[in-house]
Design a protein around this ligand. Sequence first.
Ligand SMILES: Cc1cc2nc3c(=O)[nH]c(=O)nc-3n(C[C@H](O)[C@H](O)[C@H](O)COP(=O)(O)OP(=O)(O)OC[C@H]3O[C@@H](n4cnc5c(N)ncnc54)[C@H](O)[C@@H]3O)c2cc1C
Length: 353
Amino acid sequence: MQVDYLVIGQGLCGTWLSWFLTTENRAFIVIDDNESITPSKVSAGIINPVTGRRMVRVWMAEQVLSFAHEAYSEIGNFLDITAISQKNIIDFFPNAHQRQVFLERIEEGESYLSSYPEQNQFNSFFNYDLGCGEIRHSYIAHVELLLPAWRESLKNNGRLRAERFDFGKLIIKEQCVEYGDVIAEKIIFCDGLSSVENPFFKQLPFAPNKGETLIVEISDLPNEHIYKKGFILAPLKQKGVFWFGSNYQWSFPHTEPTDGFYEQAERHLKAWLKIPFKILDHKAALRPATLERRPFVGLHPQQKHIGILNGMGTKGCSLAPYFARQFVNHLLYEKELAPEADIRRFSRMLARQ
Ligand SMILES: Cc1cc2nc3c(=O)[nH]c(=O)nc-3n(C[C@H](O)[C@H](O)[C@H](O)COP(=O)(O)OP(=O)(O)OC[C@H]3O[C@@H](n4cnc5c(N)ncnc54)[C@H](O)[C@@H]3O)c2cc1C
């Protein structure tokens, strides 16, 4: 079988890359082993325009946010699912300092932030003594609907191989790559943290970051907003069910969920919520973060048939569609990649095998 592209992985990166290849009528095959726990499957899907304690704008906020909204809406229409919802974040100030920072940022003219007019609206659901603000233009990408729906569409069109990719079977030729019966012009790795062992890209400065989350049933909590007080409560598509988390661990002895997080999260929920809740599940996954917190996008500087879309870190839901589109424009129309994301910045490192 002859195709233009062989895509390895169908997390957020592989989903978006294969979607834009579809919109460009390119022939491709996706190989994905359907691992049950991946960052894309554990993600909350939150697209938040501000970040950190200083509430600064995320990298490329203007371009990336509006692009994400458009892209998720389009793929959602195609698949007949709601792939994205606009849900502002109600930020309950965890301490006086954070309240001060939030109000200062409003005074500085940060248009994504506003002081919430109905300060008492959430009194029957939450304990919050220091008031709340609102983060506007934030979204939830419904990853739990999107990934299986896109997988099904790939399968129905004969474009999915549900198996583990084996480097031992890959043959790189002058004009193409061969993998079993597939001959492809290029192979693009969207294999998340498997790339730390990928012979072509293992030199890249990945910095895996572990995050844990609880899935919680809170039947009486309205699902119109995302709620935040240190941790985040984000509504999932199933009514009355919320995602709760997360933490960020740069060093960890193992990748499994821990009792420590479970106990801390349960304590937090008990102190914050005034209404009953039930913990349904507890998960952990590693974010494919990078040392300089920028993605890895592009073709290998020495191997023109081999590419990567990876390193989305904590922001895969918004960065993956944007950089997948950029990469497709680069592959098909020779458009430049953003230099901060282009893997040519690591040319010297990648030259060492
Ligand atoms: C707890 C947690 C919460 C998060 N919350 C958010 C959030 O709210 N908003 C946000 O923007 N980001 C969030 N993230 C980050 C986001 O999930 C990641 O940036 C994103 O999912 C990375 O997607 P990916 O496609 O690069 O990798 P992955 O999701 O790891 O996908 C890689 C895919 O490749 C497959 N694969 C790998 N190797 C092979 C192989 N050899 N053969 C076949 N298949 C293979 C895997 O099975 C997987 O399906 C969160 C992450 C975590 C852990």
